[in-house]
Design a protein around this ligand. Sequence first.
Ligand SMILES: *C/C=C(C)/C=C/C=C(C)/C=C/C1=C(C)CCCC1(C)C
Length: 260
Amino acid sequence: MTLSLDQFNLVYNSLSLAVAAMGAAFVYFLLARQSVHEKYRLAVTISALVVLVAFYHYMRIFDSWNHAFVYDPATMSYTSGVPGTLPFNEGYRYVDWLITVPLLLTELVLVLKLSKDVTKSLLTRLIIAAIAMIVLGYPGEVSPVTEKLFEFGPRGIWGILSTIPFLYILYVLFTELTKSLDRQPEAVKNRVFWLRIIVLATWGFYPIAYIVPMVISDPATAEVIRQVGYSLADILAKPAFGIVVVGIAMIKSEEEKAAA
Ligand SMILES: *C/C=C(C)/C=C/C=C(C)/C=C/C1=C(C)CCCC1(C)C
């Protein structure tokens, strides 16, 4: 595959931005941990772990991207799949998600402080579904793009299989979680409403980035959109989502202090 200088740099810069965002968020969450009530500290600690794991993987992805292409000054372009390059490793993203997605779901449920039984039951189902979603998505992601959208081929089939647990996660978050919120104060319900909208809006990016190569026929353009899309989605789903969770933890901590 050959990318123009601008195309290569667009991916390069978004990966670099993701490294910076994850690193900065890690420091912020560590510091923020101290200003929330003990009860919510674990949720904030998990935010910190999520961005630390992602920070590491983005360093690896960035490194892999840089070794996957050689620059040709004559045409001012970058080419992959030629001598002197290594294959770009798509696996880092999926290994990262395998760790960070269950952690993000845990963070989301923990900050709500539901009863022990409800927490356990929600987390068990959400985590199993998350692992199924990622494991089923990977074979489709690494198989060559042979089909267009709505045609029969490996990318589409694995994508659909992976969407089933994805829809189940949304179902649990939007229906069952609502039921267990009945006894929570109005203010908490309101925040949970927004937390779920953020999950829907940011997680929704991933399946869209996944189908880009089936929709856009120019492989270079599709690759750039997919890599930039995943990187921006990760910045929203991890650091930005964590900031909202920390916000909820801080407000809940204030309320607790006022009540005491
Ligand atoms: C920090 C990383 C996050 C929040 C990753 C989330 C990933 C997804 C919601 C991925 C979903 C996919 C589908 C629903 C179908 C196609 C394959 C996937 C794995 C991209």
